[in-house]
Design a protein. Sequence first.
Length: 88
Amino acid sequence: MFTTVSTTAPTKAIERQVLHIISKRKAIKTVRLRRTASLSRDLRFDTVDLVDIILELERNFHITVPDEVPFYTVGDFVRYVTAHAAAA
């Protein structure tokens, strides 16, 4: 008998943690964060906000985010961290 290992549980935990880090930056409730929300237009994040979020994600997940990685939406952060934290 084969058993399958679900990767959705760790992925959901990473997503919750990423959303928490983003929400702390501007005191936004995590339930209000949509993956499609524009960081600049919808959430009013500026460059300093984004850099602070990236630094916090790097510390928490022990990853490195290159300067050239574009982050336009909440989902961009979630996808990047999920892909790279799982590989680390």
